[in-house]
Design a protein around this ligand. Structure first.
Ligand SMILES: [Zn+2]
Length: 468
């Protein structure tokens, strides 16, 4: 699944209709929230313990009485709004069973507020791509006999061929409509495509070629993205901008606390804070697009190797409970903030969809020991690594710590591909299971290290020149 965003320029009539549709979707969602709350209270009071209201996808009963006006809105829009509530409720129920396992608590779906804007999701029955030119995309939005006419969307660099779009989402925030296109290919289709490619590479490519056409990416707290070739970080001016905005937000938030709730001035301050958040988000998104573009589209690598990180688990709060308070809470909070601000997850998602479009593959591996292993001799030791630098206690190979890790990620991935290991349904390469395969895996890793050393020795050209 991939999504690409573009600003919409709608006529006043189109805006009015779209606003009504957004309001309708919110109405259905909120009606489901209220209905569930009412039925839950009823069940708690009058039914045997353990009785809960059904979670159903019914919504047509909201279209009468107060909701008479909903009849003018294409039904699929309302259905998607109802599904959104159902999905949210199931996420909540699931989080009750496996409590806080991923570090997050999921609440019940809450009432959507009008001042926060809203979204509508349109499936293939509710939009049609009429025409695509080099600069614009023309969409017929709505059903055959209930539509807003043709919507003109400016094509940005990021919007390629849109003919395979499966869904569109129109979001309304602070007076601006944006369009997202959601593309068809599911994750399963990607995994089976990637596995076919791995099979092909295993049968046809030498170990040396595999190593040369792959790129290892290490995600670090100090440098957000480090590959065996290059490191990526926000530019200094972007960092300054983000810092400035964050200070601005802090100041405005202090002001907000002093202002009277519901007052005009307070709402103004609130809008200022929101705007600053959006600006920070835009800077980070821009960086994330640049990194993924450079790694996937610009580079000649065919295989992009990442670590399989559980970001939600890593950024879990260490607050603990009242009975058993956690340790170093503030420190962990700082680390979490720093991890989340690097955009590891969203960049990985972008790498994935860009790879798919460019016929390249992304593989993920288990990150265990990638930062403690020497990429030169394979010796594993905690002592080899201190903060920035890697200095192998066994062979005294010196390198940047993140660069060393990215080399390990790359070599482990290549060794697994060479062995013909397949991706699981989450896109991660499985480790070999039988002892024979494990032996083969270590041998391949050994060979790769020798290959890497060979390429390093070749580098100083002066030594290779013939003596006169
Ligand atoms: Zn070493």
């Amino acid at each position: 699944m991939e999504a690409m965003k573009a600003k919409i320029y709608a006529t006043p009539e189109q805006r009015a209709t779209l606003l009504k549709w957004v309001a309708g979707a919110r109405w259905i969602y909120n009606s489901k929230v209220n209905e569930n709350a009412y039925l839950s209270t009823f069940a708690r009071k009058y039914m045997p313990i353990g009785t809960y209201p059904d979670i159903d996808k019914k919504f047509s009963h909201f279209k009468s009485g107060d909701g008479e006006w909903l009849k003018e809105i294409p039904s699929p829009i309302l259905r998607e709004a109802c599904n959104k509530w159902v999905d949210g409720f199931f996420r909540y129920l699931k989080s009750l069973k496996s409590k806080k396992k991923d570090g997050r608590k999921v609440g019940k779906p809450k009432l959507q507020r009008r001042d926060r804007g809203g979204d509508i999701v349109l499936d293939s029955t509710c939009f049609k791509i009429e025409k695509q030119t080099e600069s614009h995309v023309y969409l017929l939005v709505g059903q055959k006999n209930n539509n807003i006419g043709i919507l003109k969307v400016k094509r940005t660099k990021r919007i390629g061929d849109v003919s395979s779009a499966r869904q569109i989402r129109i979001s309304y925030r602070k007076g601006i409509f944006t369009l997202s296109l959601v593309f068809g290919e599911s994750e399963d289709a990607y995994v089976s495509y990637a596995n076919d490619t791995i099979q092909y590479l295993k049968d046809n490519e030498s170990l040396e070629n595999l190593l040369e056409t792959s790129i290892g990416v290490d995600r670090g707290v100090r440098t957000p993205f480090e590959t065996n070739l290059k490191s990526y970080d926000l530019t200094n001016s972007a960092k300054r901008k983000v810092n400035g905005k964050e200070r601005f937000i802090k100041r405005q938030q202090r002001k907000l606390h002093r202002q009277v709730k519901g007052s005009k001035k307070r709402n103004k301050t609130k809008a200022k804070i929101q705007k600053a958040w959006v600006q920070i988000h835009n800077i980070r998104e821009d960086f994330s697009h640049k990194v993924s573009h450079d790694l996937v589209v610009k580079s000649s690598a065919k295989i992009i190797c990442l670590e399989n990180l559980n970001i939600a688990g890593m950024t879990k709060s260490s607050k603990g409970t009242k009975a058993a308070p956690g340790k170093k809470v503030a420190q962990k909070r700082g680390l979490n903030k720093s991890i989340l601000s690097k955009g590891w997850g969203s960049t990985a998602a972008k790498i994935q969809y860009k790879a798919q479009r460019n016929m390249k593959i992304v593989v993920k591996i288990n990150p265990a020991y990638t930062s403690q292993t020497c990429s030169c001799c394979g010796h594993v030791s905690k002592e080899s690594r201190n903060a920035k630098a890697f200095d192998c206690v066994s062979c005294h190979y010196k390198d940047d710590a993140d660069k060393n890790a990215s080399n390990n990620i790359r070599m482990i991935s290549v060794a697994l591909i060479h062995l013909g290991q397949r991706l699981d349904d989450k896109g991660a390469l499985k480790m070999p299971e039988s002892s024979k395969d494990r032996g083969e895996f270590s041998k391949t890793l050994e060979a790769l290290r020798t290959l890497k050393q060979g390429s390093m020795k070749r580098e100083p050209i002066s030594k290779a020149l013939p003596k006169v």
